[in-house]
Design a protein around this ligand. Structure first.
Ligand code: SF4
Length: 384
């Protein structure tokens, strides 16, 4: 299920419906910045126009498009890492520290004596060794470099982190909403679990504009599209954008003194800068949005599947069956399913089938991974 009909990094989402319910029991976390096959889309018009060929050509085309799409997203990661390092360099400068230690890639950087080209080169080399499922070329390197300098030079450097008063690069948030409406309580096979809905995600950069105002800066290398609808995001739509509202909500919790928050998004390759301003008058609207989505999830007993070409190409649950697992695979006996009659159901269809037959609670219990129990959400790496 796609919450809010929003895409990609800009996103608040859950993955497959039956997993949603499990999340609803176990985690109840809205994640900003992750994507599921439902939300991932390429240029669907191009895709449809090109899909007249037979199934094999169709598969090859999807693979090609998917690889291209993925590579662009990976290039975005490279650019983001460079912006993050520059923000840390500026933060060290503000704090009168001479060195920034980038423990992931670069090690110690002398903030008064560094070469940005070398930073880009090293970050690029690091990531292409990680993203080695693509073929990388000089053209890719040049494109990353072009995007980075385009962002840094945009409008006299207003998106260059070194020109900002940095509050926090890569601001993580993981916040429980301690409101009555956000409470949940479920009976599971290991007992009762209770808690509050939580939101989590990461913002690229927080900067201070003045005593009353913070700015959230978000760099986007992809298209300015609502990937769920395929429509362009206009400034008016960005005012209602769930990701941006969620970012503001998180900032209002993390920095309660900030009266105003500007969210500035720079679409490096599609339209330049868009700025939206939020203040405390938006809080009740955002909470209502979260509450409605939360209620929808809690009340879902018969999840609807968003079936599309992505099921068989991108989704683990659509590409695989329960063969060779500790669940007995079911043979499809119904018509008009993705699985042809007489063949083993995909994991997705089998779980959905079982939800209809046995109910969602029984399915959550039955399909839990061995050794795993649905329980309370814990932050990654938590030792609690
Ligand atoms: S197979 Fe399709 S409908 Fe099922 S979980 Fe995957 S993407 Fe969603």
């Amino acid at each position: 299920m796609t919450l809010f009909g929003q895409p990609l990094k800009a996103k608040v989402s859950f993955t497959p419906r039956y997993k949603d319910r499990r999340n609803a029991k176990a985690n109840l976390v809205f994640v900003a910045g992750e994507k599921s096959p439902h939300e991932m889309d390429m240029d669907s018009k191009f895709y449809q126009a090109e899909l007249a060929p037979g199934p094999r050509e169709k598969d090859e085309l999807i693979d090609k498009l998917w690889d291209k799409y993925n590579k662009k997203a990976d290039k975005g990661t490279i650019c983001h890492k460079v912006f993050e390092i520059l923000a840390h360099i500026k933060l060290c400068d503000q704090n009168n520290q001479q060195y920034y230690n980038d423990t992931e890639i670069l090690g110690m950087i002398d903030i008064n004596n560094y070469d940005i080209n070398l930073i880009i080169e090293k970050v690029y080399d690091y990531y292409i060794s990680k993203f080695n499922h693509h073929e990388w070329s000089v053209a890719d390197y040049n494109e990353c470099k072009k995007w980075i300098f385009k962002a840094l030079n945009y409008s006299d450097g207003i998106f260059d982190p070194r020109n900002k008063n940095i509050v926090q690069p890569e601001q993580h948030f993981d916040i429980e909403i301690k409101k009555e409406w956000a409470k949940y309580s479920y009976q599971t096979k290991i007992g009762q679990i209770n808690g509050y809905l939580a939101i989590k995600g990461t913002m690229d950069l927080i900067a201070r504009v003045n005593d009353d105002t913070l700015e959230i800066i978000d760099y986007k290398t992809g298209k300015r599209l609502d990937w769920a609808t395929g429509q362009e995001k206009t400034l008016a739509k960005l005012h209602e954008d769930p990701q941006l509202m969620l970012y503001y909500y998180a900032i209002h919790k993390l920095y309660p003194d900030a009266k105003y928050v500007i969210v500035s998004i720079y679409f490096i390759n599609d339209g330049g800068m868009f700025s939206v301003c939020f203040d405390k008058s938006h809080i009740s609207k955002i909470e209502n949005m979260l509450k409605n989505k939360f209620e929808t999830i809690k009340n879902t007993t018969n999840p609807e599947l968003n079936k599309s070409w992505k099921c068989t190409k991108l989704c683990h649950f659509g590409k695989n069956t329960f063969n060779n697992t500790n669940h007995l695979p079911i043979i499809e006996y119904r018509e008009n399913q993705i699985t042809p009659l007489g063949e083993h159901m995909t994991m997705c269809e089998q779980v959905h089938h079982d939800i209809l037959v046995k109910g969602i609670d029984a399915v959550v219990d039955e399909y839990q991974a061995p050794g795993y129990n649905v329980g309370q959400y814990k932050a990654p790496g938590s030792a609690e």
